[in-house]
Design a protein around this ligand. Sequence first.
Ligand code: NAD
Ligand code: ZN
Ligand code: ZN
Length: 359
Amino acid sequence: MTTSTLAAVIYEQGQPAVVETLELGDPGPGEVMVKIGGTGVCHSDHNVYSGYRKTEDLPTILGHEGAGIVEKVGAGVHGLDEGDKVVFAIRPMCGKCKYCSTGRWNLCSPITSHTPTAEFRKNETKYFGGVATFTEHTVVWENNVVKVDSEIPLDKAALVGCAVITGVGAVVNRAKVETGSTVAVWGCGGVGLNVIQGAYLAGASRIIAVDINADKFQYATQVGATDTVDASQTDAVEAIRGLTGGGVDYAFEVIGQPATLRQALEATCEGGTAVLVGAAPDDGEVMIPMRHLFLDRALIGCSAGTGRPRYDFQWLIELYKQGRLKLDDLVTRTRPLTEVNEAFRDMEAGAVARTVLVP
Ligand code: NAD
Ligand code: ZN
Ligand code: ZN
């Protein structure tokens, strides 16, 4: 049996997404079909849409930051039932590879992952995609979803799967920011705002939000920024050195540009750490003065918040329920899935913190 489902498809990078009806097969062994309840529009989707990051796997179905309800369960699936609320994990969690075995679930080896046997089809066309949440229904490996508290609304839960785990996780799992530290964050989009709220949760003493769009600072302040620097008006590195008397302990680049990664490193104090969270362009390279690293500075990357989805999603949602993790303020617009291209335009214009598409 197949299920008809709307899906946002990229046939050619640099061209608008096409929202159309595809046929989706039933979940095979170890797979589940999820009815999408909400899916956030992340800049990583925009990178595929715009061609900032090239892909050969076309046509591709966008979307990875999602939450929904399990609708069909394939043979041999354990711990997931029809009606369960789930949040998607961007990377699979096979539980067996070197990385899973050493607790580094975010690096789970693609070699051991499972591509669903259920495919999206229209005529003879084969569609690529990850968890493919810019849809009404998707089928994924059981290890790509985490069952979560049934009380959390799906449009808010969606953010936990990427923006929240990526941002908060970069602070607490990867950088391990200590209480009292000073922090600067380049880029106050959906992910950067979660780096800010992660730094707030970690007890950072100073949280400096950097952006070139001053409209973003209202959101940054709402989630815990203590200072703002408009990099379109001022030299951000100088401003941060001035505010902190020599540089921050931790600087997070959450844009994905060589120039801002270099700025982030330069804004750290001696012994400080710069963390690349933004997704690099394919040919992105950055030159750094060797003497910077000599003075005990570190430059590190962070993928998916160095997250352990089965564990981290639960405590993040618990903090949301207690009012300590802000999600309602971050979903500044919801749109139907058919307005995915308008949502990308809002992102380009800096008009939103996060858009959630509700099929
Ligand atoms: P977004 O578009 O919502 O936000 C980007 C922000 O950066 C905007 O507020 C924009 O005004 C600001 N900005 C752009 N150029 C700037 C500059 N030169 N100086 C200062 N600010 C500038 O994007 P997002 O969804 O928050 O994603 C941010 C980045 O994180 C993207 O590169 C995305 O692909 C990446 N990402 C990485 C991971 C990971 O696992 N590491 C996961 C998700 C997203
Ligand atoms: Zn994302
Ligand atoms: Zn693994």
